[in-house]
Design a protein around this ligand. Structure first.
Ligand code: SAH
Length: 441
């Protein structure tokens, strides 16, 4: 009886052991999950007000202070928090900053830690996008903040030198890990920090400039579309050059063959030199910065284009006025076949839009007066607060006053290394058009 019992128990013992083994591994799995969950659960939670989750779900990374219903536990500035909607549905994780109006900058719809692997994956994906859309470029923007799901981080590649800019606290605190990822991906000769954007103060950050690694003496010969631009990466505009126009230099220069060209707001001669190389009869470049004009002149020499270019340090508004104000009955003789207008943003705020529009109208009116019939006006607006429609309305008003009828021949946007996310309107800022002055009318 007993024996029979033991005998019959034996297979059951094995069965129980198997079950135990299985449940042990499940238990281990459950424990691991619980640990991870516990870790995530210990993250402070930012709960959004009703109706505020849609933007985040659509892919916009900014959560303004006014959208926050409550924060469940004290969150350190710059730390990762999880974000939930008012029904406690998980939306993702992001950087918290109590000092910024942008209370959370979303990093992911997943639970992520902002570590080496995270930045490596994100930056590698951003690089792949550039390689796909600008396969021959050697200088380009590698990371364009929100456009690459890395709000508050910009990385520009100027040949073998990288320039890094952080404009958000969470990114700033992780500069070291970002630098090591960049070293691994690019092995640059030097890395420079240009964290001097005005927006840093809204995050409670001071300016931070200097060499992050390597050595950098003098300027860097930056190649754009086969032309060389000596660029000072420690003191130049933006992070050195206006990389966002790289593609447009080529597109606009298509109308330059044999033309008398005027490049207004020329900076280091990006449009001017491309136009000269494309066979312009002559290019005159105007910028108010002496340093930029000196650089443009040197660049013209370095590219063997100096003979067909002239450069002038002047305020474009004054320059235009001096050439377009006529005495009564005096007739203005238009001189140019191609005029390029690429001014700085005339407005950084919505409130200043009316002033900006007056400025845009004035330069367009005067440029149109100097443009020959059949000539082309290539014009750009980098102000986010003036959209493409408003910009064209202003140009149309200027055309009316100048008694010109315009035919639109091209639409331009920022180069593909500054990608536009449909759900994040702030990622689109540069719009441009080419207009031909109609001759028949
Ligand atoms: N077209 C250039 C970028 C222009 S950025 C490029 O592709 O590189 C704007 C330029 O306008 C700057 O170089 C700045 O020095 C110049 N600028 C700003 N206000 C000006 C003014 N009123 N008159 C002339 N130049 C001006």
């Amino acid at each position: 009886m007993m024996q029979g019992c033991i005998q019959s128990l034996e297979p059951r013992t094995f069965e129980i052991r198997r079950i135990l083994r299985r449940s042990n591994s499940r238990l281990a799995q459950a424990r691991r999950a619980a640990k991870l969950w516990g870790h995530m659960e210990t993250l402070p939670t930012v709960v959004l007000r009703p109706g505020e989750a849609d933007r985040v779900i659509a892919g916009h990374p900014w959560i303004y202070a006014g959208s926050v219903l409550r924060v469940t536990a004290p969150a350190a500035d710059g730390a990762i928090v999880q974000v939930k909607d008012h029904r406690q549905r998980f939306l993702g994780t992001g950087f918290f900053n109590s000092r910024s109006k942008i209370r959370v900058r979303m990093l992911s719809r997943e639970r992520v830690s902002a570590d080496y692997q995270f930045f490596h994956e994100r930056i590698e994906a951003a690089l792949a996008l550039r390689r796909k859309h600008m396969p021959t470029a050697t200088s380009f923007r590698v990371v364009n903040a929100e456009s690459d799901f890395l709000s508050g981080l910009i990385v520009d590649k100027y040949e073998d030198v990288l320039v890094l800019q952080t404009s958000a606290l969470g990114m700033d605190q992780r500069k070291d890990v970002i630098v090591s990822v960049l070293q691994a991906l690019f092995a640059p000769r030097a890395m420079v920090e240009r964290s001097d954007s005005a927006s840093r103060k809204f995050e409670g950050l001071a300016e931070s400039n200097g060499l992050l690694m390597g050595a950098l003496a003098g300027s860097v010969p930056v190649r754009l579309n086969g032309l060389v631009f000596e660029t000072n990466l420690t003191s130049g505009h933006k992070t050195g050059m206006y990389l966002d126009q790289q593609l447009n230099y080529q597109l606009v220069s298509k109308c330059a063959a044999g033309a008398q060209v005027l490049d207004c707001f020329s900076f280091a001669g990006g449009f001017a030199l491309h136009a000269a190389r494309a066979g312009a009869a002559h290019v005159h470049a105007v910028d108010q910065s002496e340093e930029a004009i000196a650089q443009a002149q040197q660049n013209a020499v370095a590219n063997g284009l100096a003979e067909r270019c002239s450069f002038e340090t002047a305020n474009v508004f004054d320059w235009f006025k001096a050439r377009t104000v006529t005495a009564p009955h005096e007739k203005l003789i238009p001189r140019f076949d191609l005029i390029i207008l690429d001014p700085p943003s005339f407005t950084r705020s919505r409130a200043a839009v009316p002033d900006a529009l007056r400025g845009y109208k004035e330069i367009h009116l005067r440029a149109l007066k100097l443009l020959k019939p059949g000539g082309t006006l290539a014009t750009f607006c980098c102000s986010h607060h003036v959209d493409a429609n408003l910009f064209q309305d202003v140009i149309n008003a200027a055309a009316y006053d100048a008694k010109r009828v315009l035919r639109r021949t091209a639409i331009y946007t920022q180069s593909p290394d500054h990608p536009v996310l449909l759900a994040v309107p702030e990622t689109e800022y540069l719009k441009g058009f080419a207009f031909e002055v109609a001759q028949q009318f």
